[in-house]
Write a protein that binds this ligand. Structure first.
Ligand code: G3I
Length: 356
């Protein structure tokens, strides 16, 4: 039988029962703990969010397709709701994301007939967009994922490692540099990140490293690397993650784990449309899968703690399993479909509290 989604009683939270505080308190002195949220979450789960987290990211509300779907037509309501929640609660906000090949209005790079714009027109659009959003949230956003996922899928072509997005077709690698320059001009105090996935894979991490190195050498204002952290319970290994961080930190002073989740089933998640038909009940994992997931979470956090000199924030992508882009069956987060903490929550929290 399906359990009803959640009741007021559940929302009245078990959180108060934890005198030691939430995840953010357990990792005080190491790094901030974050999660990605929608306006719905901050409205209905405010207590839980402010108890557990001290950094938030908008899961979709600050992307170009949400804030400026057509040229010059800005829709700030959803982003404002998250930003205002952060302002009220004193929670820091990570900005996600300024330039991505997905969730961006095609007006940014093409005309009405679908032909690509000239470099000058594209840069003018990009500058106007970046200035508008970065300046609006200057008081609350401390870090921006300026460019997201600009490197091609594995296997990458070493001669042309970048994704052949419309932006790349117009301007080549230079569009990445320009995005960082505009973001820095709009808010010189924000930390600016290049953010990507498969970032612990030896082949992809080599390309991320080279791109950021070229940017540094060209004097581009980049502060950090965002490691998305979309892992599964078998791969990558904690050693691979450790190795990638060790290399990245020779280049940048800041690393954020930006989108952590640990899926049970390796491979691409089911399509969005299929997921919404899933019944909202917790996934039934085998004991082995559950234990493996807990162990992996703990091992990854040990690696993050080892590199706390450079890691300022570890953020989960979504709050509870029912929100995850990976679908409920992957059971990828620390909170279940009712936003109740899972065993992995306590395992990680204890690691932070007892600092072993
Ligand atoms: O809002 C519409 C809804 O009206 C419609 O009925 C429904 C059915 O198609 O779609 C809804 O929009 C979905 C949107 O999320 C809002 O939840 C889109 O289809 C869906 O494609 C979109 O997915 C987002 C995805 O980025 C897009 O690539 C996920 O929520 C979001 O979590 C995910 O986040 C990305 C990061 O930004 C970058 N790194 C990878 C990460 C996971 O894919």
């Amino acid at each position: 039988m399906d359990v009803p989604f959640f009741s007021r009683r559940l929302l009245r939270r078990p959180w108060k029962r934890y005198p030691e505080g939430g995840l953010k308190d357990a990792f005080k002195g190491y790094f901030k703990i974050g999660a990605s949220v929608s306006p719905w979450h901050v409205r209905h789960l405010g207590h839980m969010i402010s108890f557990e987290f001290n950094s938030l990211t908008a899961d979709n509300a600050m992307k170009p397709s949400s804030t400026e779907p057509q040229k010059g037509r800005f829709y700030w309501e959803k982003a404002d709701r998250i930003a205002n929640f952060c302002r009220r609660k004193g929670i820091k906000l990570r900005g996600h994301t300024l330039m991505w090949h997905k969730q961006i209005g095609s007006w940014m790079y093409s005309d009405k007939d679908g032909s690509l714009l000239s470099k000058e027109e594209f840069y003018a659009n990009m500058k106007e967009h970046i200035f508008a959003i970065v300046r609006r949230f200057k008081d609350i956003v401390y870090a921006w994922d300026v460019v997201n996922e600009a490197i091609a899928e594995i296997p990458t072509n070493p001669d042309q490692p970048l994704r052949e997005s419309p932006m790349w077709q117009i301007a080549g690698e230079e569009f990445i540099y320009k995005a960082f320059e505009y973001a820095h001009e709009a808010d010189p105090d924000a930390l600016l990140f290049y953010n990507d996935y498969d970032e612990a894979n030896p082949e992809k991490s080599k390309q991320i490293f080279s791109l950021v190195k070229r940017m540094k050498e060209a004097g581009i204002p980049i502060d950090g690397i965002g490691m998305q952290g979309h892992y599964d319970i078998y791969s990558p290994s904690p050693e691979e993650v450790d190795h990638a961080i060790s290399r990245y930190k020779t280049l940048v002073k800041h690393i954020h784990i930006t989108e952590l989740d640990l899926r049970i089933h390796p491979g691409d998640p089911p399509e969005w449309q299929e997921q919404i038909r899933e019944p909202m009940r917790n996934a039934s994992l085998s004991k082995k899968e559950e234990e493996q997931q807990i162990q992996r979470y703990v091992d990854f956090f040990r690696v993050f703690m080892k590199h706390a000199d450079v890691i300022d924030c570890v953020s989960f992508w979504n709050l509870g399993d029912r929100d995850s882009w990976l679908g409920v069956a992957n059971s990828p987060l620390l909170f279940d479909v009712y936003y109740l903490p899972k065993k992995s929550y306590f395992a990680i929290k204890n690691l932070g509290l007892f600092r072993s």
